[in-house]
Design a protein around this ligand. Sequence first.
Ligand code: PMP
Length: 428
Amino acid sequence: APRTPLADRSPAELASFVDEQRAAYAALTARGLSLDLTRGKPSPEQLDLAEALLHLPEGHLDRAGTDVRNYGGLQGLPELREMFADLLGVDPDQVVAGGNASLTMMHEVLVDHLLHGGLGSPRPWREEEKVTFICPVPGYDRHYTMLESYGIEMVTVPMREDGPDVEAVEALVKDDPSVKGMWIVPTYANPVGSVVTQEVAARLAAMPAAAPDFRLFWDNAYALHHLTEDEAKSADILSLASAAGNPHRPVVFASTSKITFAGAGVAFLAGSRETVQWYLSHLKFASIGPDKVNQLRHVQFFGSPDGVRQHMARHRAILAPKFAAVDAALTAELDGLGVAEWTRPRGGYFVSVDVPDGCASRVVQLAREAGIALTPAGASFPHGVDPRDRNIRLAPSFPSLAEVETAMAGVATCVALAAAEQLLADVG
Ligand code: PMP
C-alpha cells in the first residue's frame, strides 16, 4: 500500500513513526559501521581499468619523432590534442593538453585574469573595485572555495534540469560590469546531474553582458561520463559563442581524472585560438612544457577517440549498479513519505537529495554518529552555507556496491528520523 505522507499523519501516528525510526537508528549505530560517501573519487576497481598505463609508453617518440622525455611542446602532444578535440567537438589548435588537473587550469585562467586581464579586459580584474561570479547552486564546492580565496563575490542562481536559470543569469550580467564570470558544469553537473540544453547554452553564449570580458568557465568534467544508454551530448559552446559574436567568452575545461587515473591523468583547456594563445602567453613563464610521457601513454592506451568511449562504457558497468543501489535504498525507505526528493542522474558522479528545510545538517550529523561519512551539509553552496539547509550530496563511486547498499539504507533511516522528529517538534 502507498505510504501516507508524514505531513498528513496525526501526532500520535507521527510519534509512533519516530519511535520506529529511533529503533532502526539504534540498530544502525550498533553495527559500528565505517563508510564514506563524501567525495567523487573513482574506486580501485575503476582505477584498475587503466592499469595498463603503468606499462606505457612503448618507446619515447611521438608521431612527429619528438622525444617526449625532453622539455618543450607547451600546448601538449598534438595526437592527444586531436583525440580530445574530437571528443570535445573542437579543433585541435583550440585545445591545450596540460598537467594532471583541470582545476589547476581553471585556477591559472582565473589568476591570469586577476593579474593581467584577459581578452577584452579594460584592466586586470584585481584593479576592479569588485569582481562578481555567478554560481549555479547547488554546485561544485571547489569552484566556490577558489573564488573565496581571492575575495571574489558570488551570486547564486538555481540549477535546473536544463542548466542554470538562464533568465536570472541574463538579468545579472546585463547591467552589472562587475559580473566577470560564471561557473558552469554543462554535462551531468556536480551534484544535481543536470545537462545544459542547446537552447540554454545558446542564450548563455549570446546574452548581452555589461563586462566586455565576461567569461563562462565551462567545466566539462563529466562530458563522457554516462550512466545510461541515453548519452547526453554536450552543447558546443565554442561554436555558439563564436556565432553570437562572443568567441572569447567561454573557456572549456576537461580532464581524464575520472577516465584513467584521478591523480595522474591529463587535463585539457579549450577556447578560441586567441584564448589559447593568451593562456600560453602566461603559461610560458611557468612551464617549459607538460609531462609528454604521460600524454603519450594516454595516446597509446586509448588508440582513438572511440577507445576513450569504450573505456567509459567499462566505467559505466561498474558505476551504474551503485547509482541504482542509491535509488533503490531511498525508494524503499522514503518513497511516499513526502520528506525527500532525489536525482536519478544519467551520468556523472553524484546524487543530490533535498530533505525538508532545516534538516540537512541533522541528517549528516546522524549519519556521522552512525559511522557513515557524508559531505558536510551546505558544501554545494558558496561559503558552505545552504540557506535552506536542505541539500545533501551523495557520492557513491568509491565504496563497493555492498558498502553503498549498507550506507544508503542507513542514510535513508537518518533522513526519515530527522524529518519525522522535526515534524513532530513542529506539531508538538
Ligand atoms: N570539476 C568538477 C565539476 C569536478 O567535479 C571535479 C572533480 N571532483 C573537478 C573539476 C576536478 O577535475 P581535475 O581532477 O581535472 O582537477
